[in-house]
Design a protein around this ligand. Sequence first.
Ligand code: PLP
Length: 406
Amino acid sequence: MSVEQAPVQRADFDQVMVPNYAPAAFIPVRGAGSRVWDQAGRELIDFSGGIAVNVLGHAHPALVGALTEQANKLWHVSNVFTNEPTLRLAKKLVDATFADRVFFCNSGAEANEAAFKLARRVAHDKFGPEKYEIVSAINSFHGRTLFTVSVGGQPKYSDGFGPKITGIRHVPYNDLEALKEAVSDKTCAVVLEPVQGEGGVVPADLAYLQGARALCDQFNALLVFDEVQSGMGRSGELYSYMNYGVTPDILSSAKSLGGGFPIGAMLTTDALAKHFAVGVHGTTYGGNPLACAVAEAVLDVINTPEVRAGVKARHQRFKTRLEQIGQRYGVFTEVRGLGLLIGCPLTDAWKGRAKDFFNAAEQHDLMILQAGPDVVRFAPSLVIDEADIDEGLDRFERAVAHLTQA
Ligand SMILES: *Cc1c(COP(=O)(O)O)cnc(C)c1O
């Protein structure tokens, strides 16, 4: 028996929701692959992927299967008990990466919170209370808890909440000399996104990451890679550090890890993990069987040579066409990013107007993203059909044509 549900509409958002978001004017109700339908039955193509989350599109059969199978078995037991999906997923992540150990949580911010706490704990245990400084990048984004906004390099997210977490230094991204000046014996960790996502889709230079690794080794600091946005196949490798051949000590993962089901993970080595002894850190939902069953299915599907090669091929398809559009309408300075995390910085004439591109795309039945006010961002499903890419880019071109003629 189904219970009668009262109809809701977009206007209700402004009545009952905390006004910290400004969602689009339509309400999506259903998705399949890279297509989404709204309440009125309008069909949109999805190049936003729920902000780099829906790594296999909407309602992928393998994920629906894993979720419903687990839903009929066991939902939650807490960490007073362990469970099979947790252990299976952890083993697969360990097998596929540098890591020996995994800590599960529910979001990217929590994965980073665990990473930063672990880095400080290790330094405290091994070197004493004076070694606590964290060096991170200007314009970086690491989540919205107080610790993660403090480490993040965007004051608009950390100002106005009282005292911040102290002991954090921010340096310009991709500037090895600035990093060298900031790192010292007091540094416990250097925190970097191998591709800055929210900060405008800016990939790190190889020499920068190599230099960061060497500095960390020299000063007994840990290298932390925030791969919440760049990880889980999005770069064309399972984690983007694999494109660079620079290995971190701690890695945070979330977003695409759950393919749309909330989960986060912190990956690290045996030697570091032991500093999180019983009782030192935890979370009720971490390692939830439903989340881990879905993430295991995500990993099984995406971590194959075919999918990884497919991401690189799709990158090229997007890039070629976006460069044409950028030139034809004079809107983009370049098309950058790795795999299916693509950013198009706006030319001076269009700077500050990424939201207008978002709105124009929506009016042409296409969902895209911005990365700040100056960059148009695309983060579609890694298995999006070529036909959907082409149709979506046709819609995007019509949107840009409309915008630039207006
Ligand atoms: C989205 C994001 C986060 C925060 O993840 P949440 O799940 O929103 O807490 C952290 N780091 C990076 C690089 C991100 O893109």
